[in-house]
Design a binder for this molecule. Structure first.
Ligand SMILES: [Zn+2]
Length: 120
């Protein structure tokens, strides 16, 4: 089972996946949390556990911002606009010169959820 949901706190589009262990009668109530802000985003009965990842589109957007940040190149306005929810929630920070950055704690959170930002 897998479905998309939006984090109520940071508004990131997420994919919630149930990883069933196939254990008969082993159902327990489990929770899933937003990888970026730790808000609880899912709770249901399962015999396994709940995995929450960023939707591919959201991960690609962060990767685009990360690349531009590292290379010091400006982002097109439509990319900045589509990152509005990340900026509002502090997952992406905006400098005085208008350049976007991804804080190190956010980079670490992505690594620990197996969605690291790649350094090309
Ligand atoms: Zn969140």
């Amino acid at each position: 089972m897998s479905y998309e949901t939006e984090c109520p706190r940071c508004k990131t589009l997420l994919v919630v996946t149930e990883r069933s262990m196939g254990v008969p009668g082993g159902q327990e109530k489990e929770q899933g949390y937003c990888p970026l802000c730790r808000e609880e985003v899912a709770e249901f009965m399962t015999d396994g556990f709940i995995v929450v990842k960023l939707a591919e589109s959201q991960h690609q957007l962060l990767q685009t911002i990360f690349n531009a940040s590292r290379l010091g190149i400006p982002l097109p306005p439509h990319v900045v606009a589509s990152a509005a929810n990340f900026i509002a929630s502090g997952i992406v920070t905006i400098a005085d010169d208008g350049k976007l950055n991804i804080p190190i704690n956010v980079q670490h959170a992505l690594v620990s959820h197996h969605q690291p930002l790649k350094k090309y």
